[in-house]
Structures are given as C-alpha cells and as structure tokens.
Design a protein around this ligand. Structure first.
Ligand code: SAT
Ligand code: MN
Length: 595
C-alpha cells in the first residue's frame, strides 16, 4: 500500500520498521467505521473473536492465560543514566535494550500484516493534544485503538509534512512461518516481553504482549510514561486521574480530578450517580488527565482518550449503571465469560449467575466451578460517547478548570474516609505517600500494601523524586488558583472484615463536602493528619450507617499513623538527594502533630 502521509520522518520510520520486522504487508489505518467492521469480521472469520448475539457490534476475545494484565516487572524506562529513571522504574541502558529488542523484532512480523495507526491523544486540534503513530501486527490492538483514541487520516492531515509524532512500535512477537496455523491470541512468553520507553527520544517499543496497557500504546506508555516526562520539560502535568464535573443545586460547577491506582474504582467514580438531592455529575474521563495552566492562571484538564478500558468484574447496574449502558453495543470484551444465549458475564454482574457458561479460558463453567468465570482483570473497551453521563464538554479543546484533586487507594485500615490538605505542600505530601493494596491490573501478587505515590508508580516516565518536585513547581506557578487537595479511602474495613462505607454513588456525599469546602460553605476540624468534616457536615441524609461504623470511618488512628512513619521514611529515603526538602519538612511536621 502506498503511504498516505507526506511526513518524511514518518515514512522513513515505517520503512525502517518494516525492514526490521519483515511483515508480509503494510496497511495504513484510516480510522473509518468501514475499516473497523472489516477487521472485526476478519477476526470473527479467523476464530480470534466471538460476536455477541446479545450486544450489537460487540465481540469477546480470550487472551492467552499468560497475557492478562500489565507487566510492571517487564516495563522499562530507558534513560541515558539509571538515576534519571529513578528508584521506582526498571532501567536498562538504551543501547543495550535496543540491541536486545532489535534481536526480537528482527523478522517478528513474518507471515503477518504490519498496521500503521495514526492516532491523536486528545481531541484533534486541541492545544493539549499529541500525535502518536503505532505500528502493530495485532488487529485486536487496531480495533481497540479505534475506540480508545482518535485514529485516522485527519491525524495525518494535522501532522503534515514535518509535524512531530511519538513513534510507538508494537509486536505481539509471534511470527507465522509458512503453513503454520495461527492461534486465537498469539503472544511471546513472559521472559521475552518488553514494554520499553525512551523518554529522551519520545520513543516507545513494546514486544511480546497483546494485552491492554502493554499493547494499546497510546494509553499508559504514551499518555502517562512518555507524556509525564514531556510534561515536566514543558511545564504541564500528565496524571493517572479520572475527571468529573459536579454541579451543585445553585448551578455552580466543580471539576474534580482523582488519582487512584488501577482497579480501585476510577471508572465508577467518573460515572457517579449522585445520591444527594439536587447535585448532578458528568463524566469527562476515567483514567488519564493532561493538565495545563490556562490564560486565566487556572489548571485546565483534558481527557486524552476517547474510550474506556474498564475493569469488568464488579461492574453492574447496581454499582455503575452508566458503565453498563456504555457497553450495550459497539464494545470489545476481553476475558469475560460467555453465556449460552450469546452474552457476556462476570463475577458481580446483576442478577443470578448463569447456570452454565464458558469461562475466560474457554472451558465449561457452572456456579459450582471453583475457577472464576471471568478473569479478575477482564475488561470492556467502549466508546466514551456511549456513556449516558458523558459531559457535553468532554471534548472541549481547552479542557475544564480543575477545582479539586483527590488522592487515595485501597486500604482496609489506617486511612479515614476523607481528609483535606491544609495547603499545597501538605497535599503533595499526601499524594507522595499514598499507599494501596495491589490489584489484578498488574501481573503479580494481589492485596499487598505498597506505596503508590499519586497512583503513578507504574506510570512515571522519570525519576519520581523529580516528579515530586514538579508537583511543587506547578503549585508555585498556580499559587492561590491551585486546586484544593483531598485524600479519600472508600475501602476501610471493620476489624471483622466488613466494608464500613457503602461506596459507589454514596461517594457523592464526600464529594459534596469537598465542593462545600471549596465554596466556603462549611468549615473543617483540624486533626493531626489534616482537615476533616465537622459533626453533621457530611451529608448522610437517607443513609443508615451505624454510629460506631461512622466513628471508625472518621477516626484518626494516631497510633497507626505513628507506626507508619518509619515506612514513610524508608519510602522517602529511596529517592536520596532527589527528594524535595519540602517533603521531608512535611514529614517532620506530621510527626510533630502526631505528638
Ligand atoms: O491495562 S491497562 O494499563 O490499560 C489498565 C490499567 O492497569 O489501568
Ligand atoms: Mn489506569
């Protein structure tokens, strides 16, 4: 196929990649509906996917059982020196890593087609948008990218002859020899998987996996790891945050950006259905926020994505009706169970489990089966525009002004339901010390407590000590116009293991308190860890939470916080002289306040 692009660098890179990977064909994606339909039909015909009778234009994929989540252990930030990648990232020298990976890339697309996907992260033409080009040999990736990003010829038009783009090279790492039969989910073994980033060159190389963030390179690789490094250089922010708009009964709008680790409820909060009278919520994004200071000195956010790659298990009309409505049609499902009538199913779905299904591994399943029907990291890929509560302003080129930042994670103990930072430095301290129990979104142990600063541990494309400093620099620039900062924990449990807070839509009550704080409607009570709601200020109308549960949710466990100080010190010490003195000062102040 002749190149549709006039961009000299792009054409050269495609040619070089083809020479290295040796595909049978090169195909340039135009992003059209016709193209999407042709590719899904092709995958149905080849047995790679199953069309769902119950959901129009929707498909179920089953991955290889070894390829079910991000692989943090195989993810690299390859900067010229190790210290630039910092203590939270895996590092290999760029020359060495490229040599190793070139060895794998050589001939890796034999017997396959190389697809060239021009995509925009952010609405095409937004001053915050960036262009990427993904080269891949996976049609699953092409179709997911169609949903998750803006793909197509428009992007090449914007790129023109000499526009800048971020090259993203991806291969599943499974060449097909002559006569060799393909499998439904080709990929390479774990020790050959590499998710590599070269921030100095704005370059991404991914090899061996076809799943989620490992393969849809616009998402974590470009929009977080590379973008975070670019953002620091250029003075803006790329964060692992949902964006939502809340409107109070008087019509005042508040924009909230919240950072939680993967599989901790960002999609649910982003699509919140408020249970408090007169408040309205709209979704702008569920995973990533790019934020720049606007002409009025406030911080403006866009959602660089155009779809949701959401965790399926636990999603239901009960927990997230808007997500359920978003996935009625035109959706890709990965590693969900298949019901006998041609629908998907997962643990936590509405109603009774099906009497019989086919599980994510393609095996017979009944409620008596020991194995889960859906993989815990099973996902849906759905167009954002299908969300019934998507904001009419979700594609506004200049973004929306952020009033509130929220940090948090999953913690069965210690962290109360909500507290507020007393100032920006304190808020940065809260973000930098955030901790959460690990989830199935990464291959590895689940339920271990780890420090996950700003929910960015797996996604920061440079030394996290410098990232902390960047937060202080942004705060200094924003001054009095900086968003207010809060910390939440929806996941606190009683000593006998029961959730203390109902969560989901009821989280709107906590958001209301934050908005009331911003508009000066309510005061707060000072505690050693920050500001907390005064008696009666958290709107609990219509909710019956036992008084002792509420007391536990709001309790500042001073002894537990004190007991964690050595762990925070250890965490900070990892950054050596890259740790901003302002963070060390905050820790000192906390220790003093705890007494
Ligand atoms: O697989 S993804 O990285 O896209 C999902 C996640 O971990 O948040
Ligand atoms: Mn995420």
């Amino acid at each position: 196929m002749k190149t549709p692009s006039m961009n000299v660098k792009l054409n050269q890179w495609v040619q070089e990649s083809a020479a290295l990977c040796q595909p049978d064909n090169i195909y340039w994606c135009d992003g059209s509906v016709e193209e999407y339909n042709r590719f899904t039909a092709q995958m149905v015909a080849s047995g790679m996917t199953i069309p769902l009778k119950k959901r129009p234009n929707s498909f179920l994929f089953r991955s290889d059982p070894s390829d079910v989540a991000r692989v943090e252990d195989r993810t690299y930030i390859s900067t010229p020196t190790k210290v630039e990648a910092g203590p939270t990232n895996n590092w290999i020298d760029p020359g060495e890593l490229k040599a190793t990976m070139k060895g794998f890339y050589k001939g890796c697309m034999r017997g396959r087609t190389m697809y060239v996907i021009p995509f925009s992260m952010g609405p095409v033409g937004s001053p915050l948008a960036k262009i990427g080009i993904e080269i891949t040999d996976s049609l699953y990736v092409v179709c997911n990218m169609h949903i998750m990003t803006r793909v197509g010829t428009r992007v090449l038009d914007v790129l023109g002859k000499d526009g800048e783009f971020i090259p993203c090279l991806h291969s599943i790492g499974a060449p097909l020899e002559k006569g060799q039969k393909d499998v439904p989910w080709p990929c390479a073994p774990i020790e050959q998987k590499y998710i590599s980033h070269f921030p100095q060159e704005n370059l991404i190389w991914s090899y061996g996996s076809g799943y989620g963030g490992n393969a849809l390179l616009g998402k974590k690789c470009l929009a977080l790891r590379i973008a975070s490094a670019v953002a620091r250089r250029e003075g803006w922010m790329a964060e692992h945050m949902l964006i939502l708009r809340l409107t109070n009964p008087e019509g005042r709008r508040f924009h909230i950006a919240a950072a939680f680790p993967s599989a901790c409820g960002k999609t649910n909060l982003a699509m919140l259905n408020p249970t408090i009278a007169g408040w309205k919520a709209e979704c702008i994004g569920d995973d990533i926020a790019w934020m720049k200071i606007g002409p009025d000195g406030r911080l403006y956010a866009i959602n660089p994505e155009s779809g949701f790659f959401g965790v399926a298990p636990g999603t239901s009309y009960d927990s997230n009706p808007s997500a359920m409505d978003s996935i009625k049609a035109n959706t890709i499902f990965t590693n969900c169970a298949l019901t006998d009538d041609g629908d998907i199913w997962w643990e936590g779905f509405d109603g009774k489990p099906p009497a019989h299904a086919i599980d994510w591994k393609g095996k017979e399943w009944t409620p008596a089966s020991k194995a889960e029907a859906a993989h815990p990291n099973a996902r849906f890929t759905a167009p954002a525009k299908q969300c019934p509560v998507i904001s009419p302003d979700w594609e506004k080129l200049e973004g929306v002004p952020i009033d509130i930042f929220i940090f948090g994670g999953r913690r069965a103990s210690v962290m109360p339901l909500v507290h507020e930072a007393t100032n920006w430095d304190h808020g940065v301290f809260m973000g930098s010390t955030a901790a959460s129990e690990t989830t199935a979104a990464n291959i590895g142990a689940v339920g271990n407590l780890r420090r996950d600063p700003f929910a960015m541990t797996p996604f920061c494309g440079y030394n996290m000590g410098d990232y902390f400093k960047h937060w202080f620099d942004m705060g200094d620039k924003l001054g009095a116009k900086a968003p207010r900062i809060f910390y939440v924990n929806w996941f606190r449990k009683s000593p006998d293991g029961k959730w203390l807070w109902p969560g989901y839509s009821e989280n709107s009550r906590v958001l209301k308190w934050m908005c009331d704080r911003v508009s000066g409607k309510v005061g707060a009570r000072e505690t050693p860890i920050g500001l907390m709601p005064q008696e009666g200020h958290l709107d609990l109308t219509g909710l019956s939470i036992p008084a002792q549960d509420l007391a536990e949710l709001m309790r500042v466990d001073v002894a537990a916080f004190k007991a964690e100080v050595p762990d925070v010190e250890k965490h900070f010490n990892r950054f050596g002289d890259r740790l901003p003195a302002r963070l060390a000062a905050q820790l000192k102040l906390l220790v003093q306040r705890l007494g």
